[in-house]
Write a protein that binds this ligand. Structure first.
Ligand SMILES: [Zn+2]
Ligand SMILES: [Zn+2]
Length: 416
């Protein structure tokens, strides 16, 4: 038997035991949802599936043991119809996707690798446009996950939740955070008011949350002339929405030990940075007062403040993947299913548990041990409290089953 087939069979049998031993909950309003599945032995996705009873749903999972399972964010009159017109769209939850893949994290340069499919040359970090050796463009990327990138993703979830609660008045019980089982988190908003929003309206929400196209002039940060003198005015802590957020963020930046770094990144000239650093406390006090006082420093004009404001906006804007929120027919990962690229469980988390949620522990379900051989270099990874690797190509190791499943599913190892 070919080794990749043996791997698929082992993974399938482990997934089968999981679906047999666990009563996977149905998602809310499940009979109005479309479901989609990927199986082990065929390409592509089975879509347009629906279930009319919980028993039917559980029986399907146990019989077909999907490699990946999805369900629609939308509700339909006829979820089984083969095209979108026929389905009768009645609404959709508002979904946000935060994916470590789309975030700039320093760990990518350590744990991501590329391999040229033509000549076998490999390297670390993001894949180059062309192979450094043979110039081929057929290059495979092995993107890894670690605590750092998943923590970056979690920070973005917290930023997003802040917008949802503070600016959109959504309550904690209307929000569900779901660990995707791989590189990120999904945030589901299930509330009457969002259900019928169009794609364009959803895009506006994403633009607001991600600070896309924000003009600081529109938040009130401007230069005015009065009595033959020019001075700067701006929002304060009692302003609405982004105005208040901007002031809070600048205060935070000026209270942080990284202030000089932020100012350099914002492109502020060295002489001006010196003025700002010396006066940091004065600035915090001036912006914390209501109304705020922006025009307190000689030599710090409107253009400097605008650059600082843009850097401060970047700090608190949430980086969400726009197409996922905008697509009102999108299929998203089924809660409590297993992710075919890791064997980790797609895990819902309450907002209060999010801070302590640990994907390398709380989404792990397999127990036992097996021996594997590595067919690619495998970067370090953690499962529970144990750190594994790095492992070299050709190395044979006995690993706990959850680590076996992870390395097989990530396609860096095979069973011995
Ligand atoms: Zn090459
Ligand atoms: Zn990482």
């Amino acid at each position: 038997m070919k080794s990749n087939m043996k791997t698929a069979l082992l993974l399938r049998s482990l997934f089968e035991a999981y679906y047999r031993e666990n009563d996977i909950p149905t998602p809310p309003h499940f009979s109005k949802r479309e479901f989609g599945f990927m199986l082990w032995d065929r390409e592509g996705m089975i879509r347009h599936k629906t279930f009319y009873s919980r028993t039917e749903f559980l029986t399907f999972l146990r019989k077909n043991v999907p490699k990946n399972a999805y369900r629609s964010a939308a509700y339909y009159l006829d979820p089984e119809a083969q095209n979108m017109e026929g389905k009768g769209w009645v609404g959709a939850d508002l979904i946000f996707d935060i994916d470590a893949d789309h975030l700039t994290t320093p760990c990518k340069e350590i744990h991501d690798r590329w391999i040229c499919m033509e000549c076998g040359t490999s390297g670390i970090g993001k894949k180059p446009a062309r192979c450094l050796n043979c110039k081929s463009t057929v290059i495979n990327e092995i993107s890894w996950i670690c605590d750092q990138c998943l923590n970056f993703a979690k920070d973005e979830v917290f930023k997003l939740l802040d917008f949802l609660f503070d600016d959109f008045g959504i309550s904690e019980k209307e929000v569900k955070v779901v660990y995707s089982g791989h590189r990120g988190y999904h945030v589901h908003v299930d509330n009457e008011a969002v259900r019928e929003l169009s794609s364009d309206e959803r895009r506006e929400i994403v633009d607001y949350i991600s600070g896309t196209g924000i003009k600081v002039e529109n938040l009130g940060l401007i230069e005015v002339s009065a009595g033959g003198r020019r001075f700067i005015i701006g929002p304060d802590l009692t302003s609405e929405g982004w105005g208040k957020r901007l002031v809070k963020s600048i205060i935070k930046v000026f209270s942080s030990p990284d202030l000089d770094k932020v100012l350099i990144e914002a492109g502020i000239p060295k002489r001006k940075i010196d003025i700002l650093l010396v006066n940091r406390e004065k600035i915090v006090t001036a912006l914390s007062s209501v109304p705020s006082k922006w025009d307190i420093l000689q030599g710090i004009g409107i253009s400097i403040w605008k650059n600082i404001a843009l850097a401060a906006i970047k700090k608190i804007a949430a980086q969400v993947d726009e197409p996922v929120s905008v697509d009102i027919h999108r299929l998203i990962r089924l809660e409590y299913s297993l992710h075919g690229s890791t064997g980790f469980r797609v895990t819902p988390i309450s907002v209060t548990d999010l801070e302590r949620f640990d994907p390398f522990k709380d989404a792990i379900i397999f127990k036992g041990e097996k021996e594997v051989i590595f067919k690619e270099y495998c970067p370090e990874f953690r499962i529970g409290d144990e750190v594994f690797g790095p492992y070299q190509k050709g190395q044979k190791v006995e690993l706990p089953l959850s680590a076996v499943v992870f390395t097989l599913a990530k396609a860096v190892a095979e069973l011995l």
